[in-house]
Ligand binder design. Structure first.
Ligand code: NAP
Length: 286
């Protein structure tokens, strides 16, 4: 359920591994195109998709999308009895816990399985999954997860896997937003980035700069979109708020991604938050 970058790759991987796959996507055309390519079929609603499946894998964008596929008319929730609902989308801990409670009330099993890795890791079955469930994992879920992962980290009950995933993305995305400001600072002083790369060589900062410099300043096909980076930081802040914990540094980084999304960088690869600031400097100095 959810055939964006990750969901489509997941469908391909599962089909290749010999699973019977039924596709659902809000924009049905996308589902139909992929169904033709994979020689499988499309469910017209989340409820239908759930009814026809043993394991429901959800890869929608965010909290609202999860609420929509679960609770809107023809949502999956009412058909979840006796089924395994595996939520792989990164969402707030509160929403994940709520969907979990309702699925369990209907007699289904809810598994949080957010992942580390992107499209290529899905296609190669090399994701790292963080897994939490209030119940024992069924054989079907174990088989499903082992066909797409290289490593599984079990963290106990819901929403611990989501908390672990949000912590991972928070650190990653805040570092990248910080690097974006570092690069913009160098740019206004006309210091070539290669001096900075040279300077940090051999230090702990080298791997960050080496990994992100090209991706931050160039145009690459998106692995993870700017708008989703903003969403992940928002989920982190929202999930911390449940415990009255304020996260001002994360909020500042989130605003950078939101600004970039607002100015047309929404679907670009998230390190392009730097490109957004660098392009703004170019526009200002022209
Ligand atoms: N990309 C990555 O590297 C990566 C890695 C780990 C985790 N994740 C997480 O995995 C999830 C999917 O990421 P992605 O990169 O595949 O995103 P994506 O390419 O933007 O796809 C988002 C999917 O969500 C659907 N959607 C959005 N709003 C919806 C709504 N209100 N109701 C129903 N469906 C809705 C979209 O349907 P339409 O086609 O109709 O728009 C699309 O299928 C996100 O939670 C993301 O944080 C992504």
């Amino acid at each position: 359920m959810g055939l964006g970058l990750m969901g489509s790759a997941l469908a391909k991987r599962l089909k290749g591994a010999g699973f019977n796959v039924i596709l659902y996507n809000r924009s049905l055309d996308k589902a139909r195109r992929l169904a033709n390519e994979l020689n499988t079929y499309v469910a017209e609603s989340p409820a239908k998709c759930c009814e026809e499946s043993d394991v429901i894998a959800i890869f929608v964008a965010d909290d609202n999308a999860l609420v929509d596929v679960a609770f809107m008319p023809n949502g999956f929730i009412e058909k979840s009895s006796g089924r395994d609902v595996v939520n792989m989308a990164t969402v707030s801990t509160g929403i994940s816990s709520r969907v979990c409670s309702v699925v369990e009330n209907y007699g289904g099993r809810y598994v949080e399985a957010p992942v580390w890795g992107s499209v290529s890791e899905v296609l190669e079955g090399k994701l790292i999954a963080m897994v939490a469930s209030n119940k024992e994992l069924s054989k079907n879920v174990q088989e499903f997860l082992s066909s797409i992962t290289q490593r599984i980290i079990y963290v106990g009950k819901v929403p611990r896997a989501m908390a672990l995933k949000l912590a991972l993305n928070q650190l990653n995305m805040v570092i990248v937003a910080t690097l974006a400001e570092t690069l913009s600072f160098l740019k206004i002083y006309d210091v070539d980035f290669s001096y900075f790369e040279d300077l940090v060589r051999g230090s702990w900062m080298e791997s960050i700069v080496t990994r992100f410099l090209k991706r931050a300043t160039g145009e690459y096909p998106p692995r993870f979109k700017v708008e989703l980076a903003a969403k992940d930081l928002q989920c982190f802040i929202e999930s911390a708020r449940t415990y009255q914990l304020n996260m001002p540094i994360t909020a500042a980084a989130m605003h950078r991604y939101l600004e970039a999304a607002f100015h047309g960088y929404s679907d670009k690869d998230y390190p392009n938050v730097a490109k957004y600031i660098l392009d703004s400097i170019d526009k200002k100095t022209k």
